[in-house]
Design a protein around this ligand. Structure first.
Ligand SMILES: [Zn+2]
Ligand SMILES: [Zn+2]
Ligand SMILES: [Zn+2]
Length: 344
């Protein structure tokens, strides 16, 4: 004996309307229109907003960003969908990303706090030097800092005799050769293009200059600056011939610590306490007004450092961070200076 329904009683559990088609979906005891069931359960792409197609084996296959959980059709990885050069998210069909003059694209959330020229970056650069000073790692030399386009940064990298480079894209450089670098000086009117200016950099100490890609959000720009300043600090303090893991690893730790101090103020209380003057000047003004969007970005940059798959940057960071957590920064640095590796 089958079950009989009045047609008007056999209704879709989702939309409530009668199901008149011969084919329908059942979930537990609840019937659904096939289309309603698909709408409920079939994942949609956050880029094209269509149902994610099934692959050759009849399975729904999608990509998902490990931090943002942005779900999308695998095809968008090679159909020229713009990807934000800062946070890695893909452009959704209903939002337009911002195009930087050097070919990179930036999402609107990253654009909100982007630092666009060398002048705009000075306060942040000073804040990070203050951060170093607060940890008794003062840099006495005035190292020039320039924001540059991708092309100018890549040319400067070629002009350096040594150094390790971060794949897929290097975003900062601690220069030690004398070079002429084209920097971004002032954009003039906000909506008019930016101005670039070639600048001959002469070397007054072991470090010629620090270069950083322009157009990145404040927290990422700061993280890059903190990393490159650590290269500078190591060089000026006479650390020599460190392996890539040790050098990049400890630089990534400083970058991570600075981000942590911005995103979670009050963290790492075991760090040497900073002098009142430097800690308040570097942080209070900007920190008060940080939005949730910016904080979330900061967490992403920390996640990126911690989960980097490369040996030098990722492996180096994890080893350096473990050492700093066990022995403190001061002892770890002394150990590196003496033995060239992290304390175990
Ligand atoms: Zn899609
Ligand atoms: Zn972004
Ligand atoms: Zn580095």
């Amino acid at each position: 004996m089958g079950t009989f329904f009045h047609p008007e009683c056999f209704c879709c559990h989702s939309c409530g309307y009668p199901i008149t088609e011969h084919e329908f979906s059942l979930s537990g005891k609840d019937p659904y229109h096939k289309s309603c069931f698909k709408e409920l359960t079939h994942p949609k792409c956050e880029v094209c907003h269509q149902f994610i197609p099934t692959n050759g084996a009849g399975l729904i296959e999608y990509r998902c960003h490990p931090f943002w959980s942005q779900k999308y059709c695998p095809s968008h990885e090679h159909d020229n969908t713009p990807r934000c050069c800062s946070c890695e998210r893909l452009e959704s069909r209903n939002a337009t990303f911002y195009s930087l003059e050097d070919g990179r694209t930036l999402c609107l959330e990253c654009m909100e706090s982007a630092i666009m020229d060398t002048g705009d970056c000075q306060p942040l650069y000073h804040a990070i030097r203050d951060y170093y000073e607060g940890m008794y790692m003062r840099l006495d030399q005035q190292i020039p800092m320039l924001l540059v386009e991708r092309q100018a940064l890549n040319e400067a990298i070629v002009g350096e005799k040594n150094g390790h480079h971060h794949m897929p894209e290097t975003r900062g450089l601690c220069l030690s050769e004398e070079q002429t670098v084209t920097s971004i000086q002032r954009r003039g009117h906000r909506l008019v293009g930016m101005r670039t200016q070639p600048q001959k950099l002469t070397r007054k100490c072991e470090v010629t200059a620090i270069l950083v890609l322009y157009g990145l959000p404040r927290l990422l720009t700061g993280a890059i600056l903190a990393h490159e300043l650590m290269h500078g600090w190591l060089r000026l303090k006479g650390f020599r011939d460190l392996s890539p893991e040790v050098e990049e690893g400890i630089c990534q730790v400083l970058s991570y610590m600075w981000l942590e101090s911005e995103v979670l103020p009050g963290c790492r209380s075991s760090m040497p306490s900073t002098s009142q003057a430097s800690s308040s000047s570097s942080s209070s003004s900007k920190k008060g007004g940080k939005s949730t969007v910016e904080n979330r970005l900061g967490e992403f940059f920390m996640h990126q450092i911690a989960h980097d798959a490369s040996t030098a940057y990722g492996g180096g960071f994890r080893a350096a961070n473990a050492a700093v957590n066990s022995y403190g920064l001061r002892y770890t640095l002394d150990h590196i200076r003496q033995y060239g590796h992290f304390p175990l």
